[in-house]
Design a protein around this ligand. Structure first.
Ligand code: CAA
Length: 386
């Protein structure tokens, strides 16, 4: 086993780190406070290749591997979780799904602008009545004689929904068939029949925009079906396997930022005549933070490696992705909690980013499959039982 990264991997990591520290970190608190979508930064990230890292150059991306994606995501998330959420949805939930299942013409049309950062993509699976139980969706696509579909229904919690140009949508086309009756569609948000609801006010990742969307007699053309009719649930699950590695990377970046701030503070801050880092209770917390952070980092890279292998040789990486997401998100929650505690009043104050890290960490345990769903996926795959 070789723990060294390639020159290309180190190069995208350095590009992401430089942009994150110079352009994102200085404005992250302000965008969070205003709940404002960082459109200019996202466009620039696209120009740097960060919005379609694994997308081949012919479709507007950087043409790099899954490890590169993880390394870049960690750097962006260490500066601001919300930026990394937008990056993650663009890269994996949107581009990754289309790369695997779309035709060459569909990729040229719908992946290219998103990977290049000139437009934003989104992924619509969740509904007001169905989150974890994704097959219980009510959004309907009814096939027309010419091969197109008419779509009606609502989707909720759509990350980047308020600004997305294109959306990868999952709708029920044959309710009798359950999971095998779901089809994936490409939605153009500028067309008639597409509506946006209000932007959700959120606890964390406040600079990433989230809303409900609704379709009223929205017409999908026959060449806007992604994959085959009835293949939508498998597409969604496969895309989420990749997405979960993105969320794990985000959790690692966020936790690393909280950890590094804590090390610096424990060296500087004095109490009872000494640095607080010399107290055993602080040391125990720091040691546990370090172990959880390193374990999360390694599991996330291993999941990315497994994904790369699956892309090259076939097969799935659902367990590796779920193990990485579960471990990294619960570790990020724990690490940011300890970081706030060690910072005391300063951890609770908006003068420092710790309270933001703490608020942002929570979502990593919820979206793209809750911790409970990750445990279900892991245990089902391990036991073969349902
Ligand atoms: N890859 C490919 N196929 C898969 C798969 C995967 N990872 N997981 C399941 N499938 C296939 C199964 O093999 C099965 O196929 P067959 O019909 O041929 O046998 C089919 O899909 C149905 O599978 P299950 O019976 O296991 O389905 P289920 O109804 O029991 O659901 C679940 C499984 C794991 C609970 C799934 O519903 C799930 O992951 N739920 C969570 C959904 C989720 O993550 N939502 C997040 C929303 S997106 C988001 O957060 C976006 C954002 O904006 C950031």
């Amino acid at each position: 086993m070789d723990f060294r990264f390639t020159e290309d991997q180190l190069s995208i990591q350095a590009i992401a780190r430089d942009f994150a520290q110079k352009r994102i970190a200085p404005v992250a608190a302000e965008f969070d406070h205003r709940g404002e979508f960082p459109l200019d930064n996202i466009r620039e990230m696209g120009q740097l290749g960060l919005m379609g890292i694994e997308v081949p150059a012919e479709y507007g991306g950087a043409g790099m591997d899954s490890i590169s994606y993880v390394l870049a995501m960690i750097e962006i998330a260490a500066a601001d979780c919300a930026h990394s959420t937008i990056m993650s949805v663009n890269n994996t939930l949107y581009c990754n799904g289309l790369l695997k299942f779309a035709t060459h013409e569909q990729k040229l049309r719908y992946v290219q602008p998103i990977a290049a950062g000139s437009a934003i993509g989104a992924f619509a699976l969740t509904e007001p009545q169905s989150g974890s139980d994704a097959t219980a969706m009510r959004c309907r696509g009814v096939k027309q004689a010419d091969g197109g579909y008419i779509v009606n229904g609502k989707k909720s919690w759509i990350t980047s929904g308020p600004v997305a140009k294109y959306i990868l949508l999952f709708a029920m086309t044959d309710p009798e068939k359950g999971a095998r009756g779901i089809t994936a569609f490409l939605i153009d948000t500028d067309r008639a029949g597409f509506h946006r609801g209000k932007t959700e006010p959120k606890l964390g990742i406040r600079a990433s925009a989230t809303c409900e969307i609704e379709f009223t007699d929205y017409r999908v053309e026959a060449d806007e079906v992604i994959g085959q009719e009835g293949e939508g649930f498998k597409i969604a699950m496969g895309v989420l396997d990749a997405g979960r590695i993105g969320i794990a990377s985000q959790a690692v970046g966020l936790a690393r930022a909280a950890y590094e701030a804590t090390i610096a503070y424990s060296q500087e801050r004095k109490a009872f005549g000494q640095s607080i880092g010399s107290f055993q209770m602080t040391q125990a917390k720091i040691a546990d933070m370090k172990c959880k952070l390193e374990a999360s980092w390694l599991l996330t890279l291993r999941a990315a490696w497994a994904k790369q292998q699956a892309q090259e040789n076939g097969g799935r990486f659902s367990t590796e992705a779920a193990v990485a997401k579960l471990t990294a998100s619960e570790s990020a929650m724990w690490i940011t909690h300890q970081a706030v505690q060690i910072h005391g009043g300063m951890g609770y104050s908006k003068e420092m980013p710790l309270e933001r890290y703490f608020r942002d960490a929570k979502i990593t345990e919820i979206y793209e499959g809750t911790s409970e769903i990750q445990r279900m996926v892991i245990a089902r795959n391990e036991t073969g039982l349902r």
